[in-house]
Design a protein around this ligand. Structure first.
Ligand SMILES: Cc1cc2nc3c(=O)[nH]c(=O)nc-3n(C[C@H](O)[C@H](O)[C@H](O)COP(=O)(O)OP(=O)(O)OC[C@H]3O[C@@H](n4cnc5c(N)ncnc54)[C@H](O)[C@@H]3O)c2cc1C
Length: 384
C-alpha cells in the first residue's frame, strides 16, 4: 500500500499518466479547445502505451487493470484537458467496452484489438432529438431486410461522432418509443453508405468533437448486432452504470485542475499590499475546495473498488457521479471567481474548467435521475 491507501502499482500508474498528461496534453489543451478539435494522434499514443485497454480484462482483448485503474487514467487525463478525457472515455469505456463485453466473439475479434491499439476510433451513439434523459424514447429505426438492417434516423451530440471509425449505435428494431423492449445495439462502420455526419459547436468540452449523425437507409449486416436482437441496449446497461464511476473520475480531474489553478493564482496575485491568499476568506475557499474534492475522490474510488470486488455498486456509482459532478461545477465556479477579471479572459485554465464542467451533471444519466435512484435505494433500506 502507498501513503494514499491505493496499491503501489496504482500510484505508479497515476504518476506515469500524470507525467504523460503534463507533457503531451496540457501544452495543447487551449489550442484544441479554440479549434474545437480532438487531437486524434493521441489514440495511437495511448494505444501504444496500452492505456486504451486499461480496465478491460485481458481475456476480452484489454490490457488488464480494473475500474480503479481506468478511473485513475480518466482523472489524470482530465486534469490536463477534460475534453480529451471525454473523447478517450467514450472510445474506451463505452464503445470498446460495449463491443468487448456484450458483442459476439466475431465482433470482438474484428474490432477490439484495433480499438485498443488506437488504430480505430470509437463512438457511442445513443442520444436523439427526442431521446435524452428518457432512454425509452429511442426512435432511430433499424429495419430488418434479409441478413441486414437498414438504419434511418438521427443521432445528436455524439462525442467522437465527427471522425469515429466505429459507431456503436442504439437503434429500435421493434416495440414502440416509450419502452426499452425492442432497442438493439449495432456496430456501424464509419464509412457505411447512407451515413452523413455534421460537426456540432458547443460551449465546453471543446477539445472533444461532437457530431450529428444522419442515417438514411444505412445498411448494416446482421452480424454487427451487439448482444441480442431487441435487448442489446438492456444488456449494455451495466456498461453505462460503470460509466457513472468514470464520469465521476472525469469530474475529479477537472475539479483538481480548478483547485490547483486557484491555489496558484491566489498565492501570486497581489491586492491590498500582499497576495490574495493573505485574506482569510480566500484561504477558507481554497480549504473548502480541497475538502469537497477529497470527499468526491473518496466516493468515486470507493465505487470503483466495489465494482472491481464484484460487490453491488450501483447506488454507490450514482452517489459518486452526483456528488463528484456537482463538486466539479462548484470548484470550477469558485476557481473562476478567485481569478477575478483574469479568469474571465478566454485563455485560462479556470474559464475552461468552468465551461467544461456542466455536461458532467447530465451526461451518464442526468443528476435528477441519479437522485431518483438513490432515493429508491434508501427507501429499500440502502445505508450510505
Ligand atoms: C458535450 C456532450 C457530449 C455528449 N456525448 C454523448 C455521446 O457520446 N453519446 C450520446 O449518446 N450522447 C451524448 N451526449 C448527450 C447526452 O447523452 C444527453 O445530454 C443526455 O442523455 C441528457 O439528455 P438531454 O441533454 O437531451 O437532456 P433532457 O432529457 O432534455 O433533460 C434536460 C434537463 O431536464 C431535467 N430532467 C430530465 N429528466 C428529468 C427527470 N426524470 N426528473 C427531473 N428532471 C429531469 C434535467 O435537469 C435535465 O438536465 C453528449 C452531450 C454533450 C453536451
Amino acid at each position: 500500500m502507498s501513503e494514499s491507501g491505493a496499491p503501489e502499482s496504482v500510484e505508479l500508474f497515476r504518476a506515469e499518466v500524470a507525467r504523460f498528461s503534463a507533457a503531451e496534453i496540457a501544452p495543447g489543451a487551449q489550442a484544441w479547445d479554440d479549434a474545437e478539435r480532438f487531437p486524434r494522434e493521441l489514440f495511437g499514443k495511448l494505444g501504444s502505451l496500452g492505456w486504451l485497454g486499461v480496465g478491460l480484462p485481458e481475456k476480452l482483448g484489454g490490457s488488464g487493470g480494473g475500474a480503479v485503474e481506468r478511473a485513475v487514467l480518466i482523472e489524470e487525463l482530465a486534469r490536463a484537458s477534460a475534453g480529451v478525457a471525454l473523447g478517450i472515455y467514450v472510445h474506451s469505456a463505452l464503445a470498446t467496452a460495449a463491443i468487448a463485453t456484450i458483442g459476439s466473439a466475431e465482433l470482438r475479434e474484428r474490432y477490439v484489438p484495433r480499438l485498443v491499439s488506437g488504430e480505430l476510433t470509437g463512438a457511442w451513439a445513443y442520444a436523439e432529438p427526442d431521446s435524452g434523459a428518457d432512454v425509452t424514447r429511442v426512435r432511430l429505426r433499424a429495419a430488418q431486410e434479409g441478413d441486414s438492417f437498414a438504419l434511418t434516423g438521427t443521432k445528436l451530440y455524439i462525442t467522437n461522432g465527427t471522425f469515429a471509425d466505429v459507431l456503436v449505435v442504439v437503434a429500435r428494431t421493434g416495440g414502440e418509443p416509450g419502452s426499452l423492449g425492442g432497442i438493439s445495439v449495432l456496430v456501424v462502420d464509419g464509412d457505411a453508405a447512407g451515413l452523413e455526419r455534421r460537426p456540432m459547436s458547443k460551449l465546453g468540452m471543446r477539445a472533444s468533437e461532437l457530431g450529428e449523425l444522419h442515417f438514411d437507409g444505412c445498411v448494416v449486416p446482421r452480424r454487427n448486432l451487439v448482444g441480442d436482437l431487441g435487448s442489446g441496449f438492456r444488456q449494455c446497461l451495466p456498461v453505462l452504470s460503470q460509466g457513472r464511476v468514470f464520469g465521476g473520475a472525469l469530474a475529479l480531474g477537472l475539479g483538481g485542475a480548478a483547485l490547483s489553478e486557484a491555489a496558484r493564482h491566489v498565492a501570486v496575485r497581489e491586492q491590498f499590499g500582499g497576495p490574495l491568499s493573505r485574506q482569510q476568506a480566500v484561504r477558507f475557499t481554497i480549504a473548502d475546495m480541497a475538502a469537497r474534492l477529497r470527499a468526491a475522490r473518496a466516493l468515486v474510488y470507493d465505487a470503483a473498488r466495489r465494482l472491481d470486488a464484484g460487490l453491488d455498486y450501483d447506488t454507490d456509482a450514482s452517489i459518486a457521479k452526483l456528488f463528484a459532478s456537482e463538486t466539479g461545477t462548484w470548484l470550477a465556479e469558485r476557481a473562476l471567481h478567485l481569478h477575478g477579471a483574469q479568469g474571465f479572459m478566454a485563455d485560462g485554465i479556470a474559464q475552461r474548467c468552468y465551461r467544461d464542467c456542466k455536461i458532467l451533471e447530465y451526461g451518464e444519466g442526468v443528476n435528477e435521475l441519479q437522485r431518483e435512484m438513490i432515493y429508491k435505494a434508501v427507501a429499500n433500506g440502502f445505508r450510505p
